[in-house]
Write a protein that binds this ligand. Structure first.
Ligand code: HSE
Length: 363
């Protein structure tokens, strides 16, 4: 899925005009691949190390098990080129850089100058939080962030998006007759929906539970201290993106929750500022940080129109709204942000890294 979105973005942006691509597949080698500028491309074998290693840059959207299988063998076979990866496998390696250039171009440039050859797209939730809060981090105002997430089905893969829609369809089918009857009570409808959500007819192979009409407050596996791995990534990846060591880290933590959105992750944020800054200054800093962040006025009409997965999906916009000081005190800021997890959360940092590399290799 990330590969398809990446391909679409590269076509839209004319990226193929400036590179000579070769396409590889783990499952369809020898078959026909994507069409680029009217020409059908063939597909090479993604396990053919000898062919892969002859390229200047490799981009993988294949997933962690492919990276685990191939990366070390590629390097051992003498691949000295740049490896850009969407998978999490190499993110915390010492000789990799996490890429989110609107936020950390300086860290990327430093990596290039130091000869680092491995560049990895960060966790989507982390990237989208940093895109939204960029202005506060750049101004050095953040003491800590608590992020309560509302993560879309797409984050768990293409099959889970289908499962969410299949669950919605199962609920719709089960409640159709009651819904069509104006005399049927809301409680009768609720009983039918609840019974369906708990029944074995609901498809739950991927999620293991109902997501339609419900939420799942657990993403990925358990790690230490009661966190899930998704929550652990919030702290370690945000600080690595920002180029901060653990000793100098900014705490980022919260609870990650899967919700029934298709491909936009949302987050309710509490930010502890390291000093009291007037709200209008905060808004100005957030708005000016990067071209994609968009401030949404803290009113109902603007929020309903602009601050939801339904409004944002398929766009590069990262709206930040509900911005206000919290009752805990003047240094506590509340905000809500939304972003497409397949664009800024996955594909976009990869295609932009390719552009950065192109400039770097030209220089
Ligand atoms: N791990 C994320 C999720 C997606 O499950 O939503 C990719 O970073």
């Amino acid at each position: 899925m990330v590969g398809s979105v990446l391909l679409d973005r590269m076509r839209e942006q004319g990226d193929f005009k400036t590179i000579k691509p070769t396409f590889f597949s783990t499952s369809a080698a020898g078959k026909s691949g994507p069409e680029i500028d009217g020409v059908k491309q063939g597909l090479g074998d993604a396990y053919d190390i000898d062919t892969l290693r002859k390229h200047d840059v490799l981009i993988s959207c294949q997933g962690g098990s492919y990276t685990t299988d191939v990366y070390a063998r590629l390097r051992a076979a003498g691949f000295h080129g740049y490896f850009i990866d969407a998978a999490s496998t190499l993110r915390m390696e010492r000789d990799s850089v996490l890429i989110l250039d609107p936020v950390n171009l300086d860290v990327i440039q430093r990596g290039l100058a130091d000869g680092i050859k491995t560049y990895v797209g960060p966790n989507c939730t982390v990237s989208l939080m940093l895109m939204g809060m960029d202005g506060l981090f750049k101004a050095g105002l953040v003491e800590w962030v608590s992020s309560m997430t509302y993560q879309a089905a797409s984050g768990a893969g293409a099959s889970t998006m289908r499962e969410l829609v299949a669950q919605l369809a199962t609920v719709a089918d089960a409640s159709r007759t009651l819904l069509a009857d104006p005399a049927a009570s809301a409680l009768a409808l609720d009983a039918r929906v609840s019974e369906t959500l708990r029944s074995s007819t609901l498809p739950t192979e991927n999620f293991g539970a109902a997501l339609a009409g419900s939420v799942i407050p657990w993403i990925d596996k358990a790690v230490a201290d009661g966190q899930t791995k998704e929550e652990w990534k919030g702290h370690v990846e945000a600080n690595k993106i920002l180029g901060r060591s653990e000793a100098n880290s900014i705490p980022v933590d919260g609870i990650c929750v899967r919700v029934g959105a298709m491909r936009c992750h949302s987050q309710g944020l509490t930010v502890k500022l390291n000093r009291d800054v007037p709200l209008d200054e905060i808004v100005a800093l957030l708005a000016a940080a990067n071209p994609w962040v968009k401030i949404v006025a803290n009113d109902k009409e603007s929020t309903l129109r602009e601050l939801s997965p339904a409004a944002v999906t398929g766009t590069l916009s990262v709206p930040v709204g509900r911005i206000h000081k919290l009752k805990m005190g003047p240094q506590y800021l509340g905000a809500f942000t939304v972003g497409d997890q397949l664009l800024w959360g996955a594909a976009e940092p990869l295609r932009r890294m390719l552009q950065i590399l192109r400039e770097h290799l030209k220089a």
